[in-house]
Design a protein around this ligand. Structure first.
Ligand SMILES: Cc1ncc(C[n+]2csc(CCOP(=O)(O)OP(=O)(O)O)c2C)c(N)n1
Ligand code: SF4
Length: 329
């Protein structure tokens, strides 16, 4: 029930509204959005920030908790767009569900907030239909590697031309800090109060083994390197994967006594070791161990579109099978 509906009910029957009010979730209504009017207002109040041209000012303030690392990752993405001078009408961002999935709602370009785990199949369709635009998938570790894990490995195997940015905060942030496939063994979450009994995925190793042509990992303590990596992926053809480790003081920091968001960031600074070119097999994350960061993989191989064109499309043309041994044209 929206606030307007609730207020109408309250004016008709305060008793019923009070009774219902305890049970009904009241949704925050989004004000009608006029970008020009919003920008004018911002200009009058404090002037436009250079990033504002990439954001929907009417959608701010965002929903993220104080100290959350998501704002840093979003800023590095904008930084990369600016460095590459990529026009927003040549970009699309697809995200799944979760705190990270909210990124799609804040960017002022073609963005799609899809269902949980389905950002990659959605982006695959988009990338195949519009090979001329830059398609980025922005989603959480739970979204991409739990419910969406199968989609990710197959898109990497096919080398579909999409750029994946996975924000890894080691838990399901949005739904209450449950254990995720990235939670390090021994770490506490709301569903593993005694410690996680399972090892977490090594995301760069998994992405590389599945076929990604570019694989990097940075933390929010490395915004410049992260922005540089994101910009590099814009120039690559094929499936690229960047893991951005980000503090989630609410879901992960609290049970693991990592302190506030800034303390968690300090922790990542202390624990990170930059090793560009390292074998992703060595990049597993343990509870107290070092966190390898850097660009681990940067290779070339034909992307899905090229393979599909060579293998099927060309042969499907009249006379296209003439060169096949023993086959009539
Ligand atoms: C099919 C389905 N299952 C479960 C959910 C509930 N759900 C919403 S977000 C989420 C986890 C998100 O975790 P992650 O992708 O790590 O993102 P974060 O919130 O940490 O950024 C879950 C399980 C859902 N929305 N849809
Ligand atoms: S729950 Fe975690 S990931 Fe979600 S907004 Fe809060 S700090 Fe960020």
């Amino acid at each position: 029930m929206t606030n307007t509906q609730f207020n109408a009910l309250e004016s008709l029957s305060p008793v019923l509204a009070a009774k219902e009010g305890a049970m009904i979730v009241r949704l925050r209504e989004l004000k009608p959005f006029n970008k020009n009017a919003a920008e004018d207002l911002i200009r009058q109040e404090h002037g436009l920030h250079p990033d504002d041209v990439y954001l929907k000012p009417g959608r701010i303030p965002h929903i993220w908790c104080p100290g959350c690392g998501l704002g840093v990752v979003l800023t590095t993405f904008i930084d990369a767009l600016r460095r590459k001078k990529l026009p927003v009408d040549q970009c699309a961002v697809v995200s799944g569900i979760g705190c990270t999935g909210r990124v799609a709602g804040y960017l002022d370009m073609d963005t799609y907030h899809t269902t949980h785990g389905r950002a990659i199949p959605f982006a695959t369709g988009l990338a195949l239909a519009r090979p001329d635009i830059n398609v980025t998938v922005f989603s959480g570790d739970g979204d991409l590697f739990a419910i969406g894990g199968n989609h990710l490995i197959h898109a990497a195997r096919r080398n579909v031309n999409i750029k994946v940015i996975c924000v890894n905060n080691f838990n399901y942030g949005m739904t209450g800090g449950q254990v995720a496939p990235t939670t390090p063994m021994g770490a506490k979450t709301s569903t593993t109060p005694l410690g996680n009994a399972e090892p977490g995925f090594n995301l760069p190793y998994l992405a590389r083994a599945s076929g990604a042509v570019y694989v990097a990992r940075w933390t929010t303590f490395h915004p410049r390197q992260l922005a540089h990596s994101i910009a590099q992926t814009f120039d690559k053809k094929g499936f690229t994967f960047i893991e951005a480790i980000a503090p989630c003081p609410t879901g992960y920091g609290r049970p693991n006594k990592l302190g506030a968001g800034l303390d968690e960031m300090r922790y990542y600074r202390e624990m990170s070791e930059i090793r560009n070119g390292a074998d992703p097999a060595e990049a597993a994350i343990t509870l107290k161990g070092k966190i390898l960061v850097g660009v681990f993989v940067d290779v070339e191989r034909p992307d899905f579109m090229q393979n599909y064109t060579e293998t099927i499309l060309k042969k499907a043309q009249p006379g296209g099978r003439a060169n096949e041994k023993g086959q009539a044209a």
